[in-house]
Design a protein around this ligand. Structure first.
Ligand code: ASP
Length: 497
């Protein structure tokens, strides 16, 4: 009786929380679409856009010279023909700069600052708690598994689940992009390759993979195996902390009586951290409102967003369709292997999925994911082990995106890909998604691994750059759901005697 009323009230609280997050999203989208243009003007949007357009012209000239030097005069001519259109856009944007200088944007400036503050504060809090959460959850998860052999089995099945669903997502992405062919006739007039992508262009596939382990030269505290674990924590290097906690937890659990006080300490610390997580989640509606409104405003409001969406409409459609189908695949896997109702589980995960959509970071969403998964009845030992690891290495949405984007870039550059090249795309997209950290637009940078492996130019990334922020949100939500499904499956496996 007491239990039933407790269940009722907790599901009412869940429903109310969800409703307020929805309200935050609706208000955020509304403000972004209808007032975003003024916010964009007030926050120096036209100046930033002019700057990027100028760099785009310089890049076109450089790429055209390269094409000439490589003996592709037609490509060079095609790139040069883009320049007048970009110049015209620069003139239009300059007119907007003048409009911004004349208009009274005091209110828009205040709104822009306050709304950005709400989003940034929420995001900061999530990142703030992520390190203590990862360390304590991982250690609690591992030490609750008990026997070291059981750990090996659970680890093996978890990795198998990550790889199998990742490979399924990549296959789906490849099939869809080959059928729909969104790259045929895609418009790359305004393609611009950002500096961080250009800086990575020189790195070979092997370099990139080795850097996942040791970090880039000169960058301290990075890579899976950093030289200083505290520095890694300072750099929010989640993967390094996960691996360290995994080994530390494993070692603790072999100590018997001697290890017990330390294990109890981490369990207590984890409870305290989860309490803080629940407090942070209370801020979610306001934070999500701020993040969404700011992102739409940063892209220039309704008009600019619509233009970006239409320009790459077929690509957006292909990725979205692929992600939606993969979501259904995950639901089937959940029903079959975890024997759970997919709809009920989706509903239980809704807060995490909406947080993923607004933060576009699996790592930032991790606190909410753990809270939702545990609320859905998945044990701490499964959630604590599968979710932190999944947030950084299990990225089905990213894997699907990398394969789709690489083939889209080949199609738009008119480069036919052989069967062998498709196999290389399959393998590297799976690897690139594992290597991508759970942070915004990480998949865009690791996409270089796929492009380099099949000999496609990094410049192709420029074509999809404008819309990546939008697709990143969709793929992050799928990444998070993939982790949550994995936790439910491993939980069921752990319950078996
Ligand atoms: N933002 C994604 C995530 O955090 C990674 C990516 O695909 O860029 O899961």
């Amino acid at each position: 009786m007491v239990n039933t009323s407790a269940n009722h009230s907790s599901s009412r609280v869940h429903g109310l929380g969800l409703l307020s997050i929805f309200a935050g999203i609706v208000l955020g989208v509304g403000l972004g679409l209808f007032y975003g243009h003024s916010m964009w003007l007030a926050s120096g949007g036209p100046e930033k856009k002019t700057d990027i357009l100028r760099k785009t012209v310089q890049q076109k000239e450089t790429f055209a010279r390269q094409a000439d030097a490589d003996g592709h005069p037609q490509e060079a001519e095609r790139l040069r023909l883009h320049i007048p259109e970009i110049q015209a856009e620069i003139d239009r944007t300059k007119a907007l700069c003048d409009e911004a200088a004349r208009a009274d944007l005091t209110v828009a400036r205040y709104v822009s600052k306050l709304v950005r503050f709400c989003g940034d504060l929420f995001l900061r809090m999530l990142f703030l708690i992520v390190i203590p959460l990862v360390v304590t959850s991982m250690i609690c998860g591992i030490t609750s598994l008990g026997d070291i052999r059981r750990m090996g089995h659970v680890g093996g099945w978890t990795l198998f689940y990550y790889l199998a669903t990742g490979a399924a997502a990549v296959t789906l992405g490849i099939a869809l992009v080959l059928i729909i062919r969104p790259g045929a006739g895609a418009d790359d007039t305004f393609a611009y390759v950002s500096e961080n992508v250009l800086a990575r262009e020189e790195a070979s596939l092997l370099d990139t993979l080795l850097e996942v382990v040791l970090g880039r030269e000169g960058e301290e505290g990075k890579g899976m195996v950093p030289d200083n674990i505290f520095l890694a924590a300072g750099k929010t290097n989640v993967l390094a902390l996960i691996l360290f906690s995994l080994v530390f937890g494993g070692a603790l659990s072999t100590l018997g009586e001697k290890g017990k006080p330390t294990i109890a300490f981490f369990h207590g610390a984890n409870e305290a951290v989860m309490k803080i997580v629940r407090l942070i989640i209370l801020l979610a509606p306001v934070g999500i409102f701020g993040l969404i409104a700011t992102r739409i405003a940063d892209s220039g409001g309704a008009g600019s967003f619509y233009t970006e969406l239409v320009r790459l409409g077929w690509f957006v459609l292909t990725v979205t369709l692929g992600l939606a189908i993969h979501l259904v695949v995950l639901c089937v896997v959940l029903a079959v292997l975890a024997r759970r109702s997919p709809l009920r589980y989706l509903y239980a995960m809704a807060r995490a999925l909406l947080t993923a959509l607004s933060t576009d970071s699996s790592s930032a969403t991790l606190p909410v994911t753990i809270e939702c998964v545990e609320d859905a009845g998945v044990s701490k030992r499964a959630a604590g082990f599968v979710l932190p690891l999944g947030a950084t290495i299990n990225m089905d949405g990213t894997a699907l995106y990398e394969a789709t984007a690489a083939i889209f870039i080949a199609q738009s550059a008119g480069v036919p890909l052989s069967g062998a090249a498709l196999v290389v795309v399959f393998l590297t997209a799976t690897l690139a998604a594992i290597g991508a950290p759970g942070i915004p637009e990480a998949g865009l940078v690791t996409l270089l691994i796929v492009l380099t492996a099949v000999g496609l130019p990094a410049a192709g990334i420029g074509t999809i750059l404008a819309i990546d922020w939008f697709l990143d949100r969709e793929r992050t939500a799928v990444n998070v759901f993939g982790d949550a499904v994995g936790a439910a499956i491993i939980d069921r496996y752990l319950q078996e005697p």
